[in-house]
Design a protein. Structure first.
Length: 158
């Protein structure tokens, strides 16, 4: 039976829990902030560009994990570490959520929630970067082994 790494699944569930805790802890303090739209005097031009650009970025970010899941389901032999791909998908999903929250802050001052999501995104990015570093080291070892095998075959006349 194949061992399943639950860390990407846990990372995927963390935003809801973390955001709920932050919203509960901050509570009434959020009432003292103003929506982002106030900062630009509700200028329709700048707000339209801000909202549309963040929406487009979020949609692009959300499409990447979908593509990765489709790739993982179709690929039978993995030439890469599935956990890195899963962690990367979670990280990219978090990036998309940060842009959705930026859109919401135009009308609702949910800055603590947006900041909590930014924090989770940072944690996920550190996790993926660490996993990617370890994966690259393994690839270098594999590449060196392949080079040695090619040299051996050349000497042996194979």
């Amino acid at each position: 039976m194949k061992k399943i790494n639950h860390l990407p699944l846990i990372l995927a569930a963390l935003p809801a829990l973390f955001i709920a805790v932050v919203v509960w802890r901050v509570g009434a303090a959020a009432l003292y902030f103003m929506p982002h739209g106030e900062c630009v005097f509700w200028g329709k031009g700048i707000l339209s560009v801000y909202v549309v650009s963040n929406a487009v970025i979020a949609i692009a970010y959300f499409s990447i994990p979908v593509s990765l899941v489709v790739m993982l389901r179709k690929e039978k032999q993995y030439l890469f570490d599935v956990h890195i791909v899963a962690g990367f998908a979670v990280f990219i999903l978090f990036c998309g959520l940060t842009h959705v929250l930026q859109i919401i802050t135009v009308w609702e001052p949910i800055y603590w929630t947006a900041t909590a999501m930014d924090t989770l995104t940072g944690i996920a990015s550190i996790y993926v970067a660490a996993q990617l570093g370890a994966f690259i080291r393994r690839l270098r070892v594999l590449s060196a082994m392949q080079d040695e095998l090619a040299k051996f075959k050349a000497r042996a006349g194979m």
